[in-house]
Design a binder for this molecule. Structure first.
Ligand SMILES: Nc1ncnc2c1ncn2[C@@H]1O[C@H](COP(=O)(O)OP(=O)(O)OP(=O)(O)O)[C@@H](O)[C@H]1O
Ligand SMILES: [Mg+2]
Length: 362
């Protein structure tokens, strides 16, 4: 009997290229090869799609160095034609077939992956894929519109002012200062805490905004929330939306917040607690907000919802990630494990749900 074919797509142009390759290693090692034929497509840092190894051993961290997708003279050519499932490879010797792809697992974080762009390309050919569709992915990437959707759903979020090329700091000075110090300055569409700074004096605001603008011309200036950083895994199954027990991130060392260095370079300074302990009513609110945030942006399959739990027990939603970190030791799989779902079971659920989904309007 023929098995469905899954294309695992990873690497990519974002700063999270290496993390994505490690994730691919984890996923390639856990997909049930009795149930699925597997094809691997690596995207180089420059954005070239290439045929890649399906051997998990090729995507391990070696001597502290992250794996990367190597340059290649072969290019994977996914179809753009509606209903076409045949993927090809163009190389120096012409075209060859890569295979008929039934479902794509895009293991990509950040821009050109988690933001609706690859989802749009796959929609053109009616290709099924794991994760959220175009609009939910784009909203999950754009903190301004993500928060608009959350507010509309009645979820508490931090107050903010948006600075854009059409509306600068000076146009909104009063509103900005009304936020009170400190504030967090963030690029609207970035990730991994890139370009984010905590500003504790108004004299440092211009420089912080300029720094964020290196990542995105649109920047959010946000009131700081004092609280614990708590996360929830949301998983769509045939039986409905599941929420996991909450996990918690405790950032120590000299990091004022969960910044880029703490996330990737100074892991010793960070403790991931999973599951964490929350008072019963707070745990219920966190789970409820996670589901409501998922629905507010129209997410599908999976998402990680990050909140702050204030000392008085109040919960403020920070963000939703539609393709959360997904290595076997990342928070999302760990939270799923706390809910009784193993890493291979998680992958099987995501692929099965994606394969079952009708193509077309979503
Ligand atoms: N309003 C805020 N109050 C307190 N701390 C904040 C606030 N906004 C951000 N932070 C801190 O900065 C970190 C990164 O912010 P945020 O999660 O918004 O961006 P990001 O992680 O880069 O986005 P993404 O997860 O989409 O990649 C948070 O984990 C938190 O430590
Ligand atoms: Mg975050």
């Amino acid at each position: 009997m023929s098995k469905p074919t899954v294309a695992v797509v990873f690497g990519g142009r974002s700063s999270e290229h290496g993390v994505s390759c490690v994730t691919a290693g984890g996923v390639l090692g856990a997909i049930d090869r009795e149930r699925w034929d597997v094809v691997a497509v690596g995207i180089t840092r420059e954005g070239r799609w290439t045929p890649a190894s399906t051997d998990p051993a090729d995507w391990r961290i070696v001597d502290g160095a992250m794996p990367t997708v190597a340059a290649s003279d072969e290019v994977v050519v996914p179809p753009f034609e509606a209903g076409s499932r045949l993927w090809r490879v163009a190389g120096p010797d012409g075209l060859r077939e890569l295979g008929e792809i039934d479902v794509v697992f895009p293991l990509l974080h950040g821009p050109w992956g988690e933001d609706g762009t690859i989802q749009g390309a796959l929609e053109l050919a009616d290709v099924r894929y794991v994760g959220s569709g175009v609009l939910a992915s784009a909203m999950g990437m754009d903190k301004q519109y993500m928060k608009t959707a959350f507010r509309e759903a009645g979820l508490p979020v931090a107050r903010d002012v948006v600075v854009s090329p059409h509306r600068g700091i000076e146009d909104q000075r009063l509103e900005i200062e009304a936020l009170g110090l400190p504030v967090f300055v963030k690029p609207a569409r970035a990730g991994s805490s890139m370009g984010i700074s905590k500003v504790s004096s108004w004299s440092a605001l211009e420089a912080a905004v300029a720094d964020a603008q290196k990542h995105d011309p649109k920047v959010l200036i946000e009131a700081a929330v004092v609280g614990r950083e708590v996360e929830t895994a949301v998983l769509a199954t045939a039986g409905g939306l599941l929420t996991s027990p909450a996990g918690e991130i405790i950032t120590g060392g000299d990091h004022e917040f969960y910044d880029f260095e703490a996330k990737y370079l100074d892991e010793a300074a960070v403790t991931l607690l999973c599951p964490t302990t929350l008072e019963g009513a707070v745990a219920a609110t966190v789970a409820d907000y996670a589901k409501r945030a998922f629905r507010a942006v129209g997410a599908e399959s999976l998402a990680r919802v990050d909140v702050f739990v204030k000392p008085d027990g109040g919960v403020v939603v920070n963000e939703i990630n539609t393709m959360p970190g997904f290595t076997p030791t990342s928070m999302y799989p760990r939270m799923a494990a706390a809910a009784g779902i193993t890493y291979p079971e998680l992958i099987e659920t995501l692929l099965a749900v994606a394969l079952d989904r009708p193509v077309g309007l979503r």
